[in-house]
Design a protein around this ligand. Structure first.
Ligand code: ADP
Length: 581
């Protein structure tokens, strides 16, 4: 076991000459007057002291002997004795000469073994020393490595802290950037909301401004229709009424564009008569067709039922847009409005609506562009034909809401066909569809009692119209131009009904109503005290807006009901009759 370890050491040590020397040095140190020579199996030689040498042939013989023997061998040269010793487990031979060593001594196995042990001990000591040194070096190295490690840890930690700091800094910047952007977005949002609110207000005002003259046109045309007219005049008035009614629908629909774009337009689902719809659309263009020498007609597929469920007004708007365009761009030709059967699935019918003309047509490179808002086929269109470039875009969006798509087939100089396919359910009950909201001369019974009605309206034309409509029902009418005047009138006279315009200068209808209700409340207390007071009066608001919130506003301010402008005569009469009983 011990030998094996030594063997290993010797094998390692004998690797090169420097290492041979390392083996010799402890022996030299042990026996300074001796000399030693190592000769490894590669023939490398190392001697101590260095100037000592043995002739090669002496060495060879000694080596050969030593290789054969497993113990110390001796050899004499020039009266001197040399010894050889094969290092255990290796082919390396140690030659040495020691003055005090004699053959006699080596004959004694005890002495010999002692000598060999001494050599081995010396070697081991040396190796031990080296191991200690190496150990120390190793320790130093480990310590160095430890320091390096610590340094690395410190550096890493510093780096980590720097990164942390940077991350924190970055996070701070990011947070402040996000906060800034959020603030900007919030501000932009507020601005947008404000713009949207202003747009809404603008639309509401526009709606009022547009409806006021329409109110007058429709109302007076209705009154005119009731006067004694010859056939032709009656026809003209009828055309004025119908066209203005359609125009009103159109105005409403254009205002609805904002709604469509805001995704706030809901389609209605009410029964309507397809034939009636197609007829009303083509009828609208009869006089225009006459002027332009066009033939206008509509064809309804026989396979289609008479009544459908859907949004008749929106469908009408689309057909009016398309037919209007067809008429505009056609002269001495034809304009056809078609409703074709495509297929039936249960109660639903796919219908292909088409408006076809033999007009100027649209060049292929402009066919896509004209569907964009405010875009016309070419720059001269507005000059020549007028228009805003809005109609097609509105139509497309409305048809999209109906799950269809407006398409175009056109050839320059030959004409155009705009068409779309939508699916509509057949109307379940064959009840007549809602009549178009046109004021009719026949409607309305005389009211039973003479009512005193106060018309509060700032617009003189509307004042006159409302007065006439109310008078027609046998009522007494008084007028006030704004809320102040209305309060003044109320102090002087008793009224059964007030028709109160909502939008007025100085004091609007809502404020006036609130004031009237306050006065009535005080008056009730006066009456309670046995004095004369004012009886509560019924107030019906007149509003240009038919929106839910406008309706609510009327009730909130204390009104009992409301009518939208243009005033529908039937509805006004209904109110007057109810009040007179
Ligand atoms: P507007 O008619 O008010 O200009 P539209 O959006 O309805 O707006 O139409 C856009 C453009 O498309 C028209 O200006 C015209 O150049 C072209 N266009 C539409 N319909 C026809 C048609 N039937 N024949 C020829 N050109 C048409």
């Amino acid at each position: 076991m011990f030998d094996e370890q030594i063997d290993g050491i010797f094998e390692d040590l004998a690797d090169d000459l420097a290492e041979l020397r390392v083996v010799l040095e402890p022996l030299q140190a042990l026996v300074p007057e001796g000399f030693f020579q190592l000769c490894d199996d590669h023939g490398r030689i190392c001697s101590l002291p260095e100037n000592f040498n043995i002739e090669p042939e002496v060495r060879s013989r000694l080596l050969a002997d030593a290789r054969r023997a497993h113990t110390l061998i001796s050899f004499e040269r020039d009266g001197q004795r040399f010894y050889g010793y094969r290092l255990p487990g290796s082919e390396t031979i140690l030659l040495f000469q020691l003055p005090q060593l004699t053959d006699d001594l080596l004959v004694d196995s005890f002495t010999r073994d002692g000598f060999v042990n001494t050599i081995q001990l010396a070697l081991l000591n040396r190796i031990n020393q080296e191991t200690v040194i190496e150990n120390r070096q190793l320790q130093r190295h480990i310590k160095g490595l430890g320091l390096q490690h610590q340094k690395l840890i410190d550096e890493n930690y510093e780096q980590y802290q720097r990164i942390q700091e940077k991350e924190k800094e970055y996070a701070r910047k990011l947070e402040s950037e996000i906060a800034r952007q959020t603030r900007e977005l919030r501000e932009a949002n507020i601005r947008l909301e404000e713009a949207s609110r202003m747009k809404g207000e603008f639309l509401a005002n526009m709606s009022h401004e547009l409806r006021t003259p329409m109110n007058a046109i429709i109302g007076f045309a209705g009154l005119l229709a009731e006067s004694s007219l010859d056939e032709e005049q009656a026809d003209f008035v009828e055309t004025i009424r119908k066209s203005s009614a359609s125009l009103l629908v159109l105005i409403n629909d254009i205002l609805d564009l904002a709604k469509i774009e805001a995704g706030k337009l809901d389609l209605e689902e009410i029964p309507f008569d397809l034939h009636g719809l197609l007829k009303s659309v083509t009828d609208m263009f009869r006089s225009q067709a006459l002027d332009k020498n066009n033939k206008v007609m509509f064809v309804q597929d026989q396979k289609l039922p008479a009544k459908f469920m859907g949004d008749e007004n929106r469908l009408r708007q689309v057909l009016i847009n398309l037919t209007g365009n067809a008429m505009k761009f056609t002269k001495n030709g034809t304009v056809d409005v078609l409703a074709d059967f495509v297929k039936q699935e249960g109660d639903r019918f796919a219908i292909r609506f088409a408006v076809s003309d033999s007009g100027i047509g649209i060049p292929p490179d402009r066919q896509a562009a004209i569907f964009e808002k405010f875009t016309q086929a070419d720059g001269s269109t507005t000059r020549k034909y007028g228009g805003t470039g809005l109609g097609l875009s509105i139509s497309c969006q409305l048809v999209e809401l109906m799950h269809g798509e407006v398409q175009l087939e056109s050839a320059e100089g030959k004409g155009s066909t705009f068409f779309f396919v939508i699916s509509l359910p057949k109307a379940v009950d064959e009840a007549p569809s809602e009549a178009p909201k046109i004021v009719t001369a026949e409607s309305g019974d005389e009211v039973k009692r003479k009512l005193r009605v106060l018309v509060v309206e700032d617009n003189l034309v509307n004042q006159k119209l409302a007065t006439l409509l109310v008078k027609r029902q046998g009522c007494e009418v008084d007028v006030a131009g704004d809320g102040f005047q209305a309060l003044e009138k109320l102090r002087q006279f008793q009224f059964d009904l007030i028709l109160m315009d909502v939008q007025m200068p100085k004091m609007d209808g809502h404020e006036a109503t609130r004031k009237i209700r306050e006065i009535e409340a005080t008056s009730a207390r006066i009456k309670y005290a046995g004095l004369a007071g004012i009886d509560p009066v019924e107030i019906v608001g007149l509003t240009a807006h038919a929106r839910k919130e406008d309706e609510q506003k009327c009730y909130d301010s204390g009104m009992n009901g409301f009518l939208t402008k243009p005033i529908e005569r039937d509805k006004l009469n209904e109110i007057l009759q109810k009040r007179s009983h």
